[in-house]
Design a protein around this ligand. Structure first.
Ligand SMILES: [Zn+2]
Length: 184
């Protein structure tokens, strides 16, 4: 990830004092406490939060059962999956959504992964070279991310315009230390 070229910085949250005042008392603060501080799990009867995160296998949130709806997509991109979020908001009364991008995301520099992906699809899925190449070429531009931090921040801004009364918190999961960071 190229931190240098982005206007955003990652803010670590390793103790209670690091939690920004504006999220204290919200499920966002509890998410940070559970995951980063290993706070003892409370019992939940209903979900308090929705989380959107990448499907990447290196990430596992440490949170209690029933605490959160979790939507996992490539690159934590919500476009194309809006209805899932709408369902959590409308039907399950979710008012807080954490958008969690991560370092070293596979959707960054996707074009460089074309050859391996295409040959893997031919070998594992039984596709023809033409099928695999056409598939990659038509979908890759839609999923490609330039920078994980900027993308997550912009996705939060875009969703806030679409769901104005919902709170969105963009965060980054560092696969290097498995912790959640805030974006500022
Ligand atoms: Zn990813």
């Amino acid at each position: 990830m190229s931190d240098q070229i982005t206007k955003f910085q990652l803010q670590s949250v390793f103790s209670e004092e690091n939690i920004p005042k504006n999220i204290i008392g919200t499920p966002f603060a509890d998410l940070i406490r559970y995951h980063n501080f290993a706070t003892k799990f409370k019992d939940y009867e209903k979900a308090e939060l929705a989380v959107v995160m990448c499907m990447d296998n290196r990430k596992q949130l440490k949170i209690p059962n029933k605490f959160a709806y979790i939507l996992r997509t490539a690159g934590a991109r919500v476009t194309g999956s809006e209805f899932k979020l709408s369902f959590a908001i409308g039907f399950a009364d979710i008012k807080h959504v954490a958008l969690i991008g991560h370092t070293n995301c596979g959707m960054v520099n996707l074009q460089s992964k074309k050859e391996k992906t295409v040959s893997g699809l031919i070998e594992h899925a039984g596709w023809t070279k033409e099928q695999a190449e056409n598939h990659f070429t038509s979908y890759a531009p839609f999923f490609e991310i330039e920078n994980e931090v900027e993308f997550t921040a912009s996705e939060a801004k875009r969703l806030k315009e679409k769901y104005p009364k919902i709170s969105f918190l963009p965060m980054i999961y560092k696969v290097e230390d498995y912790k959640l960071y805030l974006i500022e």
